[in-house]
Design a protein around this ligand. Structure first.
Ligand code: NAD
Length: 358
């Protein structure tokens, strides 16, 4: 049966990079018989301009009925003066919560050709291949009560609440163990169990779930140490799993080990494996419309979609190999350029991946 993908290009470089990902999907359809239906929708600033909402009802309807979602990026200076409730980024948060996309997968993978793009020494990062799994719909970003109140002495006090129910930890734990089973079978759960009771429970539940996955090595690390280890010796990690806020910070740190924000895809999954796939970078207003954006993170997001939502592992591998081939051929967008490489435009890079795929 044909797969229905909702395509939300969004703002800034979103349409430029999505265009290249669509070329790859067209190639899968025409050359590999991948049955797919694409339907485009509005999200972010462009949606606000046309409908007054960053996540219009028609888009919600579209994503609810789709098998998966491919997103470009949202946001930009034009919409910064808007009220927080209608900012483009609210569209993104709305999609995550509306679809209950609780498992965020962010690989940090360093292509051998890009070793020099990292700020860390090549011997520390060469061969780096980590998967960070972040709980995305719970924890302190959503916990109640929250706010700023005035105390009896007139001083203002800000407060947020870190909460995790056992069931929330258990379901992300299953995702993490199952992903580790498809990789090198090592899972590191990151918490702050020495200080925060909530994460003490997180650790207990991880251990409990781990009993169902006896062939996966489960370790635990405090978040402060994990941050340090990520820059000291990142290759010690295979899969990491952690809560919303720790995951937010650690996954950005891990992404930068590879030195190339334009290379990294991500997936956000619900319980049934339906997902939203997007590059980790934003809408890059500084380079919008110049045809210089790197489309590879978005193309690799399509690969993740095939792997995690459609179980088309072979096609996913082929896309990754095609990206690798384009890099081996010396093609680079400006963000990943180095000596002896050819700087090419967004569309030339997309075409190079498609021709490697063919
Ligand atoms: P950004 O990721 O858009 O850009 C940071 C830097 O990286 C810029 O110099 C940009 O040119 C460069 N860059 C990003 N993607 C690139 C690519 N594919 N190729 C080449 N260079 C690339 O982050 P920012 O500047 O902090 O944010 C810009 C806007 O994007 C803001 O409105 C922010 O809220 C939004 N944002 C959206 C998302 C999302 O849609 N998921 C994520 C982060 C930021």
């Amino acid at each position: 049966m044909s797969k229905k993908i909702a395509v939300l290009a969004g703002d800034g470089i979103g349409p430029e990079i999505i265009n290249e990902a669509l070329k790859v999907i067209a190639c899968l359809r025409d050359d590999y018989g991948f049955a797919v239906e694409l339907e485009e929708g509005l999200v972010g600033g462009v949606a606000y301009d046309k409908t007054g909402s960053p996540l219009p009802e028609e888009t919600l309807d579209l994503v609810r009925h789709a098998d998966s979602i491919l997103l470009g990026a949202v946001g930009g200076p034009k919409w910064e003066p808007l009220d927080y409730s209608v900012r483009p980024e609210r569209g993104l948060l709305g999609l995550r919560s509306e679809l209950n996309l609780y498992a965020n997968l962010r690989p940090a993978l360093l292509y051998p050709e890009l070793e020099n793009a990292s700020t860390l020494k090549p011997d520390v990062v060469s061969g780096l291949d980590i998967m960070i799994i972040r709980e995305l719909t719970g924890g302190i970003y959503f916990g109640e009560p929250r706010g700023v109140r005035t105390l009896d002495n007139g001083e203002r006090q800000g407060y947020n609440t870190l909460v995790y129910a056992e069931s929330e930890v258990r379901r992300i734990a299953h995702n993490a163990f199952q992903i580790a089973a498809k990789r090198n079978r090592r899972l590191c759960s990151v918490d702050k169990a020495n200080v925060l009771e909530c994460t003490e429970l997180w650790r207990e539940v991880m251990i409990e779930v781990g009993k169902e996955y006896k062939d996966i090595e489960l370790t635990h690390m405090y978040v402060d140490n994990a941050a340090m280890q990520l820059v000291r010796n990142p290759k010690q990690f295979d899969v990491m799993v952690t809560g919303n806020m720790f995951g937010d910070i650690l996954s950005d740190c891990a992404a930068m080990l590879t030195g190339s924000i334009g290379m990294l895809p991500s997936a956000s999954l619900d319980e049934a494996g339906k997902g939203m796939y997007e590059p980790i970078h934003g809408s890059a207003p500084d380079i919008t419309g110049q045809g210089v954006a790197n489309p590879l993170a978005t193309i690799l997001s399509v690969s993740m979609m095939l792997r995690y939502s459609f179980n088309e592992v072979e096609l996913a591998d082929r896309i990754e190999q095609a990206v690798d081939q384009a890099l081996k051929n010396g093609l680079r967008t400006a963000d990943i350029a180095s000596d002896n490489t050819q700087i090419v435009s967004t569309s030339v890079m997309g075409d190079a991946v498609v021709s490697a795929l063919r």
